[in-house]
Design a protein around this ligand. Structure first.
Ligand code: 13P
Length: 250
């Protein structure tokens, strides 16, 4: 039985004052039974989030990490620094990092290895563009993204990776994949992992892309959708908590 996981990716949003209100709204509402809930603020606010979340059931994660351990790498943040400020999780290979900051499959794979080596739980983002979907390449693109990571991580350690399927065309567009489309890709991912020798039944696969409180229940009723990676809706305590509650109900 895979425990549901709901992760809020705040992206480059927030301020000390806005975060305080949001975190307080999340932390004081109590635990969501049967669901792991994680927030991923921008780097400067991780410490703030960790302090508020300490003693609550909320986990904290980074949105990115360096492949390097330490040293002369201006602007980079290492896995051990994330651990040091209270993170247990880290998002890796988000499509915005891939498309806007040139992260390749190989770099993403190296980052997943760096996270696992340090003891962080990586949330590996995969997903196709609209052009790739329209060309009938969606499954091939996602499987290739997984293959690169699998090769670097190995089948045994891959069970510690969380996969987030985020179709690029559904991110921030208001156009969610239908539960059928999402379920079909999640099934494909799990089958691919199993064919590759990973205990795919143990891997949590999240859906991300315009997840809202109203659409979440249908998504979570699909058998291979183990939670969500939420962008915009994670910036409002009410809607994020509703999504968490929907996960708890399934
Ligand atoms: P939205 O929920 O805003 O579409 O963002 C999804 C996402 O990219 C989460 O990582």
């Amino acid at each position: 039985m895979r425990k549901k996981l709901v992760v809020g990716n705040w992206k480059m949003n927030g301020s000390l004052a806005r975060n305080a209100a949001l975190l307080d709204g999340l932390a004081t509402r109590g635990a969501v039974e049967g669901v792991d809930v994680v927030v991923c603020p921008p780097f400067p606010y991780l410490q703030q989030a960790s302090e508020v979340c300490r003693g609550s059931s909320l986990g904290v994660g980074g949105q990115n990490l360096s492949v390097f351990k330490e040293g002369a790498y201006t602007g980079e943040v290492s896995a051990s620094m994330l651990l040091d400020v209270g993170c247990a999780w880290v998002i890796v290979g988000h499509s915005e990092r891939r498309s806007l900051f040139g992260e390749t499959d190989d770099l993403v794979a190296a980052k997943v290895v760096a996270a696992l080596d340090a003891g962080l739980s990586p949330i590996l983002c995969v997903g196709e563009t609209l052009a790739q979907r329209d060309a009938g390449q969606a499954e091939a693109v996602v499987c290739e993204q997984l293959r690169c990571v699998l090769q670097a991580v190995g089948v045994d350690r891959f069970v510690d990776v969380v996969v987030a399927y985020e179709p690029v065309w559904a991110i921030g567009t208001g156009r969610t994949a239908t539960p059928e489309q999402a379920q079909a890709m999640h099934r494909e991912v799990r089958t691919y992992l199993e064919r590759s020798g990973v205990a795919g039944g143990k891997v949590r696969i999240l859906y991300g892309g315009s997840v809202t409180a109203s659409g979440a229940p249908q998504l979570f009723s699909a058998p291979d959708i183990d939670g969500a990676l939420v962008g915009g809706a994670s910036l409002v305590a009410e809607s994020f908590l509703s999504i968490c509650a929907a996960a708890a109900a399934h």
